[in-house]
Design a binder for this molecule. Sequence first.
Ligand SMILES: [Zn+2]
Length: 319
Amino acid sequence: MRYADAHADTFYRVATEGLDPLQREGGLHVNVPRMRDVGQVLQVCSVFTPKHYQAAPARDFADRIIDAIDCSLEANAATFAPVRTRRDLAGLNGRLGLIPWLEGASPLCGSLELLGAFFQRGVRGIGLTHNHANEVADGCGVAEPRRGLSTFGRDLVGRMNQLGVAVDCAHLPQPAFDEVMALAKAPPCISHTGCRALVNITRNADDAMLRAIADRGGIVGIDFYPGHLKAGAGDAGGPPVNCQDVADHVQHAVAVCGRDHVAIGGDFDGFADTCTDLRHVGDMGNLESALHSRGMAETVIEAVFSGNLLRYLGEVLPA
Ligand SMILES: [Zn+2]
């Protein structure tokens, strides 16, 4: 099975903990030997900036993570390949494609010029918010997010659409989400989420959001964060979570969005307490088996595991 993933914090950990993505037992959920084990072809690399970095320090922190990605690309040119264009995507030839992708727009400091600078550095997607408020909008962790997009946020979405930078609505609550749907001139996405119909938290996408993304040709990536997948999980003493729970969310998303609009954005390396049988990317076969056991067709599993994300990027990235 071929695998392409829409969200992992692996290079955040490479940059901050000095871990080595080439080592199987080096502590990373996503590493080259395990990517190879499961036929992985592409990884979207989250460039996450913690809340306490705002303005210039957020920009500098994002640069640090992109430096770590560039460093791996340069040192391992036969293993990794940068994906900045549709042509890059089509020309991987067995190398693992890496795409830097901001998680939260804080590093842009409210500046379209900085969008240009990060585009030059290879950023091809931006999650508009994380949980907190930033220059674009309130995040989904804000108790009562009233504000839609800021003026900068509206300008940013327009410019991202022009450049070929994916507009990622993970962590983005209503009403800003609806505003992005109204503005979008290119297919938007939710790179990593659970389904709110199954676990009712504001971080998860409700059915109307799932449909809105599918209606615009976008994709929704299901993540593996236990707290998104089962009520009460992720808390101390919460219930264990496994691939059957992930499969529930994948099946629900496919039922709502259709088979062409669901992907995986596992969020590996973004949390420590994983699903019991999805400890790292090498366990993806367990999810494949769980989906098979429910009678999901091979072609649908293939679309969810890689085809839909690759198709989406082929439409959104610059030529
Ligand atoms: Zn996230």
